[in-house]
Design a protein around this ligand. Sequence first.
Ligand code: HEM
Length: 509
Amino acid sequence: MEALSCAILTLALVAALSLLSKGFFPQPQKLKLPPGPKPWPIIGNLSLIGPLPHQSLHKLSQKYGPIMKLMFGSYPVVIASSAEMARQFLKTHDHIFASRPETAAGKYTTYNYKNLTWAPHGPYWRQGRKIYLSHLFSSKVLDSVEYIRVEENRAFLSRLCAVSGKPTMLKEHLSRLTLSIISRIVLGKKYFSVSESETSIVSLEEFQEMLNELFLLNGVLNIGDWIPWAQCLDLQGYVKRMKALKKKFDRFHDHVLDEHKANMKEVKDFVSKDMVDLLMQLAEDPDIEVKLNYDSVKGFTQDLIAGGTDTSATTVEWAMSELMKQPHLIEKATEELDIVIGRERWVEEKDIAQLHYIDAIMKETMRMHPVAVMLAPHLALEDCNVAGYDICKGTRVFINTWSMGRDPSQWNAPEEFNPDRFLGKAIDVKGQNFELLPFGSGRRMCPGYSLGLKMIRSSLANLLHGFNWKLPDNATTEDLSMEEVFGLATPRKFPLVAVLEPRLPLYLY
Ligand code: HEM
C-alpha cells in the first residue's frame, strides 16, 4: 500500500513538473516529419510490411508520397520513392546518409562489420573502399583479368551447349559462371569442386548454398534489429542461422588463408597475385592508416564473393525471362548481333560499345528488376532537413529503386518491358541518372559496378548470340511467372527453365 501511494505521488510529481516546465522552459520547435501511417506501440508499422517489403512500401508511397516516414519497431525509417528524393539523400545530403545501421547480419555474418557493405561510415570503411577501388576495380586491374572472364565465359557456353535440347535451369549455370570469375580474381583459384573425383574444401553445391543463405540472412527483416529488447529472443531463428553460417565460412576462409600463407612463405620477394594476397600483405603492414587483421581479410573477401556473384546472375536470369515472354525482342537482339559480330565468332568485351540493343535490354532489366530493390540501408549521422522535412539522426533510409522504376511520371507504360525506351537516350546506370539507380549513387555506391556490368553484358550478349531459346514443351509464355523473392538480391521465385539450341557453328562451343 505504502509502495503504491509512493508511486502515485511520484507520478503526480512528474506530471506536475512536466506541466510546469511547459510554462517555464521554451519548448523545442515542433518537427515537420514526412507523412506516413500512424505507428502502433512496440511494433510501429511493421504489420504493414508483407513478404515483399519493397512492394508493400511501393503501395504505401502511392498514398503518402515519394518521401514517407514509418516506424519499424523502435526506429524511424524514411522511404524515398522518386528520382528527386533519391537525389536528395544520395547527392545533396550524401555525407549525412553515408553510414549503415547496426544489424545482426553485420555482426554475425561479416566478422563484426569488418567488411565494406556493413561497415559504418568512418576511417575503416574509407580505407576499405580505397583498397577496392585502386587494387581491384581500376580499369587497369580489370583489363588484366579479362582473360579470366573470357575463359570462364567460354566454359559456361560449352556447358550450355552440352545440355542443348534439354530443359535447363539457367540460373545454376549463371551462378557457376559468376562465382568462378570472382573466385579466380579474388581468391586466385576456384576453391570448390564440381565432381566427386576432385578434392576441395567445399563442393560447388555447398558453396552455392552458403552464399544463398548469406544473401537471404543479409536481406531479411530480422525483428531483433528493430525491437532491441527482442534481440535475445531471436524470434525468427535468424541469428542462430547466422552463427551457424559464420562457422561454415570461417572454415572456408581459414583454408584459403592458410594456403595463401604457405605460398607466401615459399617465395622470396613475394608479389601478390590475387586480392587475398594483397589483403594479407596489408594486414602485415605496420604503416597502414587503419590497422587490418585477419578478420578484415575474411570480411573483405567474403564481401567481394557475395557482392559479385548473385547480383549479376540474377540480373541476367531476369533479362532472359523477360525476353522469353516477348520472342520478337530476341529477334531484334540477334539481328543486331548478326550485323555487328557475324556468325563466326563469340562476342568479345570490346564489341559491347557497338551493341546498343543489348545495352538497352540490360538497362530495361535493371529498371524493372533492380536486384537490390531498396539498395542497402543508409543511416542518418546527423539531424537534417530533406525536401522541407526534418529527418532525425539515427533514422534508417531506404531508396526504393523498384518503385522508382515504376514511376509513371518518369516512364511511359512502366509495367511494360520495352528496351526500345532506352535507344538513343543518354541514361546510364552509373549513379548520375537518379531515375535509374541499380548500383546506388554517391559515397556508398556499389564499388564493383564496372565488373558487374562487364559480366552481365558479355554473358547476356553471348547467350543471345549463341543459342536459340524456347520454353520446355509443356510451358507457355503465360505460365512464365514473374514473381519475386525478397532478400539482399531479389531473384525470381521460380527459376527460369529453358531449352537452348546452338545458333553458331558447333566448332565454336
Ligand atoms: C549486377 C551487379 C551488381 C549490382 C546490381 C550491385 C548493386 C549494389 C548496390 C545497390 C549496393 C548498395 C548501394 C547503396 O547502399 O546505396 C552495392 C554495394 C556494394 N557492392 Fe555491388 N552490385 C553489383 C555487383 C557487385 C560486384 C561485382 C561487387 C564486387 C565484386 C560488388 C560489391 C559491392 C560492395 C562491396 C558494396 C558495399 C559498398 C559500401 O557499402 O560502401 N557489387 N552494390
